[in-house]
Every structure is written in structure tokens, then in C-alpha cells.
Unconditional design. Structure first.
Length: 379
């Protein structure tokens, strides 16, 4: 592997010559910009704004832009005279437990390779010391024009260094957590624990970049003049479930997947809190037209109680016809159910009218008999 930096590790009075090598590599598919009309490459050229012409790399230097927009030239000689001891040295400043390092601070990773045979013994000494102490080394070093912070740890038989952000470069998580009090029940925590236990662990070597593989398939198909593979159908929008139901379904699906059972594509559930159910109060049914008409007929019948039997009978008949007519009209407006109820009420009112007519007839008969007897006594 090609080294990107040469220097030494300063370990107290011990100096270890090393080479810095990238520990990671990117496999991302890169694209070029083209002119869509003719496929020509689009390139960025370095042009001087004052002379309006393209310049070569040898004519390009560094400058610091001041607040007013003016440029302050900075040469390599100016930077080489900086009073920092880490220009070509990785200076170890402390040894701390690994859990003291916040993963948010970790950046690029490098391997430190021993440079030459004289470096083998001190290199191995530092490696074994780190192993036995179960600690990591915190160091300062200069790379690409700035001083950086690093963490040295053992990886296999090599020493690796992770570039660290300075503490003031890590932002505080203000305004990120949900606002307001959120209560999590013990049953929900139990289901979350069960889900984590069911999913279990995974070998990270089994994970791969599916997006990159799909892009490579598209590129290969286009290069061969074939039709690119069609996109897979996306899952339908998830149903709205409460948190408990989502956890239970997740645990069930994870267990079935672990047991090797063939299951259909699981729907992604959008977790929302269900609103409280509203208690619906049943409204009393509206009075139908037949009921109103029957009541009116009953009032007419009560008003004619003092009339002779014949008149009362006619009133009852009229009430019956009015009730029948109202029942017919109500049936056409309110439906068969309302018609049945109205018919039953109309029958009851009709019976009441007949009873009232009989009582009126009896009362009239008694009154007539009393008057006749009184006249006979007077004669």
C-alpha cells in the first residue's frame, strides 16, 4: 500500500519511524458530467479572474481571504516555519480507556507501518503495551496543512490511528430530542427487548452495498446495449398502527424469519399513537309526521267527548282516516321501519278513541235517562 505521509511516533524519549497508509477505500460508483446533446465531457478549468485566462498548476498558490474580501498570500515557506512539533511527528500525549472516546469524534482511519528494520522493536513494544493496558493512545499530528487529533489502537498485529475531531467541533444535540414528556410503558420495553433478542447479532462481513451493485448492473446493461433491469416494486404504504401492535408484529416477523419460514413481504408500519375513541351518544329518533298527525287527531277526539254517539263515532272514523293517511305519508318519507312504529302508535290511539267514544255514549245515555225521569215526576 502506498504511504501518504512519512514521519515518526514520539513515545516519551522513544522515536518510532513510521509511514501513514489509508486504512479504508471507497467503492462508490463515480460519474462524470457530460453535455447531454453530444455526450462531450464537461470540465472545470482554473481561470484567473483578473486576466480572464486559464492558468497552470505551477502558477497557483495559497491565500487567506480577509473579512473585507482582500487576499493575503501564504507560501509553503511560511507554513514550514510554524512553531509546532507535530509537523512530522505523531506526538502521544496521553493513554485513556477506549470508552472515553466519543464515536462522534472519530474520522478517517489510517494504518501506521514501521519504516525500516530499526523501527520494528519500538513499534512492537508500543503495540504490546497498548494490548496489555487495554487503553488507547491520544496523539497530535499535522496533516494537509493543519494540526489534528488522533487515537492509536491495536488492530490485529498492526497499530491503527483514527483521526479525531477536536472537542469544540462536535455540536451539542440541542433541539434534536422530542419535546415534552413521553411515557414508555414496561410492556413496550419488554417487547422492544424481545425484538432485539430475536434479531440477535449479525456478521458485518455479510453486509454489502446493494445500491452500488444495482448501479453497476445498470452500467453493464447500457454498455452491452441491453435494457436496464427494472426497478423492484416498492412496498405499499404501511398501515397506521399503535406502538404495541407494531412491536408485536415486528417480533413475530423476526421470529418467522429466524426460523426460516417463508413469509410474504411484510408491510412497513408507520408507528403513530392512536387517538382516544370518542363516545358516541345515540340521538333520540325524530318524531315522524304520522305521530304528529295522530296527536292532533287525539286532541280533536277529546274536544268532541260531549257530543252525541253518532258524532263521536264520526270523529273516531275521521281520526282513523287521519291516522291512516299520516301513516301512509310517514311510510313514504321515513321508510318501512318508521311506518311500522307509526302504525302501532296509530292503532293504539284509534283504540283509545273508540274507548273514549263508548264512554261518551254511556255518559250521554245516562244524562238523557235522568232528564226523562225528572220530566215524568214533574208531570
Amino acid at each position: 500500500m502506498r504511504s501518504i505521509w512519512n514521519g515518526a511516533i514520539s513515545f516519551g524519549l522513544v522515536t518510532i519511524p513510521i509511514k501513514l497508509v489509508n486504512a479504508t477505500e471507497s467503492h462508490a460508483v463515480s460519474f462524470r458530467q457530460i453535455h447531454t446533446e453530444d455526450g462531450g465531457r464537461i470540465r472545470y478549468r482554473k481561470v484567473c479572474e483578473l486576466e480572464d485566462r486559464e492558468v497552470t498548476q505551477a502558477e497557483i498558490g495559497k491565500a487567506y481571504e480577509d473579512a473585507d474580501g482582500s487576499m493575503i498570500p501564504i507560501t509553503d515557506e511560511d507554513l514550514s516555519q510554524l512553531p509546532i512539533p507535530t509537523a512530522r511527528t505523531i506526538e502521544i500525549v496521553a493513554f485513556v480507556p477506549e470508552d472515553r472516546i466519543d464515536p462522534l469524534q472519530m474520522g478517517s482511519a489510517y494504518y501506521l507501518a514501521a519504516s525500516g528494520a530499526p523501527a520494528a522493536k519500538p513499534y512492537t513494544l508500543l503495540r504490546e503495551a497498548l494490548k496489555r493496558s487495554n487503553r488507547v493512545a491520544i496523539a497530535k499530528f499535522a496533516l494537509r496543512g493543519r494540526e489534528r487529533l488522533g487515537m492509536l489502537r491495536v488492530v490485529g498485529d498492526a497499530i491503527a490511528m483514527h483521526g479525531l475531531l477536536w472537542p469544540d467541533e462536535v455540536r451539542a444535540p440541542e433541539g434534536v430530542a422530542p419535546e415534552g414528556g413521553v411515557t414508555v410503558r414496561d410492556q413496550e420495553l419488554d417487547l422492544a427487548d424481545a425484538l432485539m433478542d430475536t434479531l440477535g447479532e449479525i456478521d458485518l462481513d455479510d453486509l454489502h452495498d446493494e445500491y452500488r451493485e444495482a448501479v453497476e448492473e445498470v452500467v453493464a446493461a447500457k454498455a452491452a446495449g441491453e435494457r436496464p433491469p427494472e426497478a423492484r416494486e416498492e412496498a405499499a404504504p404501511g398501515k397506521v398502527l399503535d406502538l404495541m401492535a407494531a412491536l408485536e408484529n415486528s417480533v413475530r416477523a423476526a421470529r418467522e424469519s429466524r426460523d426460516g419460514e417463508e413469509t410474504g413481504p411484510a408491510e412497513e408500519a408507520e408507528v403513530r399513537s392512536l387517538p382516544p375513541r370518542k363516545t358516541s351518544s345515540r340521538r333520540a329518533p325524530k318524531e315522524t309526521g304520522g305521530k304528529k298527525s295522530t296527536s292532533t287527531a287525539a286532541k280533536k277526539t277529546a274536544a268532541k267527548k260531549a257530543e252525541p254517539k253518532k258524532s263521536t263515532a264520526k270523529s273516531g272514523s275521521s281520526t282513523s282516516r287521519s291516522t291512516s293517511t299520516s301513516r301512509s305519508g310517514s311510510g313514504s318519507a321515513s321508510g318501512s321501519g318508521s311506518a311500522k312504529r307509526t302504525a302501532a302508535k296509530g292503532a293504539a290511539k284509534k283504540a283509545a278513541g273508540r274507548s273514549a267514544a263508548k264512554e261518551t255514549a254511556k255518559s250521554t245515555g245516562r244524562s238523557t235517562a235522568k232528564k226523562t225521569a225528572s220530566r215524568r215526576r214533574s208531570a
